[in-house]
Ligand binder design. Sequence first.
Ligand SMILES: CC(C)(COP(=O)(O)OP(=O)(O)OC[C@H]1O[C@@H](n2cnc3c(N)ncnc32)[C@H](O)[C@@H]1OP(=O)(O)O)[C@@H](O)C(=O)NCCC(=O)NCCS
Length: 162
Amino acid sequence: MKIRDAVEADLPAIIDIYNAAVATRISTAQLEPVTVESRRDWLSEHSPDRHPLWVAETAGRVIGWLSFKSFLPRCAYRGTIELSVYVDEKFRRRGIARKLLEEAIAHASSLGVNAMVGLIFAHNEPSLRLFERLGFERWGLLPRVARLEGVERDLTIMGRHV
Ligand SMILES: CC(C)(COP(=O)(O)OP(=O)(O)OC[C@H]1O[C@@H](n2cnc3c(N)ncnc32)[C@H](O)[C@@H]1OP(=O)(O)O)[C@@H](O)C(=O)NCCC(=O)NCCS
């Protein structure tokens, strides 16, 4: 498996992986599938030297991705980023997400990052386990801040210093 910066041609695969997760209601507060067109700006907001978007690729196929994004816009939060990681359902439990997160942790300092957070629904057990496995701890809980299929859901903030 190779990890590399995403390019525009990867966007359909990135979106397919994301939309499969949208439908599960455990991964993201996005409730409707997104289109490739609507995510072009999001792709271009990433930059390899500051807020990268990486894909995991095997045999020429994108099977997962990880994005860095700024946590909050104010200057004092510049060293803190939010990570998102998504893996193709057909390739789960093979260590893909772990490798992507390990790579993020390894590169954090050189990207000017000193703290990383994942905003994860409290009912997203696989992701909570994953982040814990990589040394993240529960830094916060926002109770009942999301409504999914009529159910109020908590948001967990998982964090790790570099
Ligand atoms: C969470 C997710 C990224 C994990 O990807 P993955 O490639 O299957 O994870 P890995 O194989 O690297 O697993 C690493 C560790 O995470 C934990 N983990 C992963 N999936 C798990 C599951 N379904 N149940 C419990 N623990 C799980 C385990 O500790 C695992 O280590 P182990 O396999 O040695 O037990 C994947 O399920 C996914 O894409 N989910 C939808 C997107 C999402 O919710 N992202 C989080 C929001 S940022």
